[in-house]
Design a protein around this ligand. Structure first.
Ligand code: G6P
Length: 611
């Protein structure tokens, strides 16, 4: 949460910063701000979107070759103009932008107040910029030393970009807990929370590690630790195409990402699943395979949609490989004194690879001696760097805050893992192994077919866009899909929605059902089919509106439900990959019809880097 961008070089900084902020807006959109250093420090900041900032400074002098920009997801202090970043120190020597939380800010603030500092904002960040300035003036040290000394006093998480008025030939960046990437161009440098603002200028990047400080500018690049140990920068080539981070003619990123799923799933298993050779090869798990095969227990951890993917993973691994699996919210796991054994394998699932609770849970598991595997989308992010092995989902950048293609990519990875483990442990026959591989291979084409019914999803959305509550029901593999469908709807349309195991409906949610309540039932042909048909009858007996996702050609449910959404048949182990797609599109259309901001729903952020 919060997006950071910085530039120093020969070009005009402002266009690079404002475009960078637009690319990073998914990280937070409570306010935006830019600071330019051109003999003097200028700060422009505004509550609201990057476009509001842009409008508000249309008549200002925005020249300068050095600058920093920020898009905010508020933690300390309400989202208003004054609390927006960048923050300037009291004597206007320093200006900085920050992603993260300074946990001991209140103690530091008291000390600074005792030394005569006054504060304009309610933020933790203003404390840090003043602390840096205090050390700079009092100690007569360089900006870099002041930054490093100040950071040694800070408890918390940060990604920072800092400018000093007296040292206008450099930008200082520092990282602890919040991601930061340095772009290395020809005589120019970029700083950003991820590579998306950088790739149109250079593909050479350096991912900062925790406790790294980078100084970039006229004298090139210096990388060191907070303790002043020199580091050798590791320049990597980023494999990100600018087309991937644009809407490509779609109205919203979310819609584009839903429609990308046939391709993104293919990319997830490309080179890993071979029909010809009848094999699944996951290179990133090679070293940890013996641990996985001998694991007494697998623990899956994640947050939000990634946790839902984890639930599908539990069903898959227990069903196909017969290894006991537990799924936990990372935030619960890390704080509840869990039992972790050395022969446990932890699978951490995260689209961004930066979620603070998931990262902390990984560290806890590693301390206890467990083996940790990551399933992440963003290459080079923090989680893959902390794990013993892993599988990238390769879904491509996901910009819409509500996760769609990342979910199906995560489930695809878990499916490959479960099939592979099942086969290696001889829990599934060679015939079943072959059939599962072949079915997985057919999934992209089947999703393609589901997407051709988009008009039908729009039609149904039009009928129920004003509902105040939705219920989503599923059994077995489709229970996590019910949870995910409900999450998608509430995230982007602000309609209250609950996902439930269909049989549990009788223990509570049935009391909510009346003639106004749409109930989305996942009712494809599987071993629970007859049971779910009974659940539909129970809903109809209470006059609820049933929208059923069914297997192609199902006539039984067609006669009972108010609406049916047909999807191609598949094996039940793979049904989550198909059934979730109509739910994504229903949520999308309902949100658009309610004039909601689909890609940037209120209060949410794509990457939750605070605990
Ligand atoms: C936020 C996002 C969700 C995401 C969750 C976990 O809440 O809005 O879409 O599922 O974080 O994020 P991760 O990057 O760890 O998958």
């Amino acid at each position: 949460m919060c997006g950071i961008v910085g530039y120093i070089g020969d070009k005009q900084a402002y266009p690079i910063l404002i475009n960078g902020l637009k690319r990073l807006e998914y990280r937070g959109y409570d306010s935006a701000g830019i600071s330019l250093l051109n003999n003097q420090i200028k700060v422009f900041k505004k509550k609201g979107k990057v476009s509001d900032l842009e409008e508000s400074i249309s008549n200002e002098d925005i020249s300068g070759n050095i600058g920093i920009g920020h898009t905010r997801w508020a933690t300390h202090g309400e989202p208003n103009d004054i609390n927006s970043h960048p923050h300037t120190s009291m004597n206007e020597k320093f200006v900085l932008i920050h992603n993260g939380i300074i946990e001991n800010y209140s103690r530091l603030k008291d000390k600074l107040i005792n030394r005569g500092y006054t504060f304009q904002t309610d933020t933790d960040t203003e404390v840090l910029v003043n602390l840096i300035e205090y050390i700079y003036i009092k100690g007569s040290v360089s900006a870099e030393i002041a930054v490093r000394l100040a950071l040694s006093k800070v408890v918390g998480a940060y990604g920072l970009a800092i400018m000093c008025k007296d040292e206008p030939d450099k930008l200082i960046a520092a990282r602890k807990g919040s991601p930061l990437v340095i772009g290395v161009g020809e005589g120019e440098y970029f700083i950003a929370s991820d590579a998306s603002p950088i790739v149109e200028y250079t593909k050479s990047v350096i991912y900062l590690n925790d406790d790294d400080v980078a100084i970039v500018g006229k004298d090139g690049l210096t990388l060191k630790t907070i303790k002043n140990d020199k580091l050798t920068p590791k320049v990597q080539q980023v494999d990100l195409d600018i087309g991937e981070i644009e809407k490509n003619g779609f109205d919203h990123f979310m819609l584009k990402e839903i429609f990308e799923q046939p391709r993104s799933i293919l990319d997830t298993f490309r080179g890993r699943v071979s029909i010809e050779k009848n094999e699944i090869h996951l290179g990133g798990l090679y070293h940890v395979l013996p641990k996985l095969l001998n694991a007494k227990r697998i623990l899956i951890i994640g947050c939000g949609t990634s946790w839902h993917a984890g639930l599908v993973g539990e069903y898959l691994i227990e069903d196909l490989a017969r290894i006991p699996v537990e799924v936990e919210y990372a935030s619960e796991f890390r704080y509840r004194n869990p039992i972790i054994n050395e022969d446990d394998v932890i699978i951490a699932i995260s689209q961004s690879g930066e979620t603070a609770d998931t990262l902390a849970a990984i560290k806890l598991a590693k301390q206890a001696g467990a083996t940790v595997i990551g399933i992440c989308n963003v290459v080079g992010s923090s989680i893959p760097r902390e794990t013993d092995g892993g599988v990238y989902t390769h879904a491509g950048p996901e910009i819409g805050v509500a996760s769609t293609k990342a979910f199906t990519a995560q489930v695809t990875v878990l499916t490959m893992m479960a099939i592979m483990l099942g086969f290696e442990k001889k829990q599934i026959s060679p015939e079943t192994y072959k059939e599962l591989i072949s079915e997985l291979n057919d999934i992209p084409a089947k999703i393609e077919k589901i997407l051709t019914f988009n008009d039908k999803y729009l039609e149904i959305s039009t009928l129920y866009k004003d509902a105040t509550n939705f219920l989503y029901l599923g059994r077995g593999y489709l229970f996590p899909v019910a949870l995910e469908g409900a999450l998608k709807l509430k995230e982007i349309s602000y309609i209250h929605a609950e996902g439930y195991p269909a049989a549990e409906m009788k223990h509570g949610p049935i009391a909510l059902i009346d003639e106004k309540m749409p109930i989305v039932v996942l009712a494809t042909k599987d071993k629970s089919y007859d049971k779910i048909v009974s659940n539909i009858q129970e809903v109809k007996a209470r006059k609820g509106i049933v929208i059923a996702v069914v297997s192609e050609g199902d006539t039984v449910i067609r006669d009972m439900a108010d609406h049916v959404l047909e999807i191609p048949e598949t094996r039940e182990e793979l049904a989550a990959l198909l059934t979730v797609v109509p739910l994504q599109l229903l949520s999308y259309h309902i949100a658009v019809l309610r004039s909601c901001n689909v890609d940037q729903p209120r209060n949410l952020a794509k990457s939750v880097t605070v605990e």
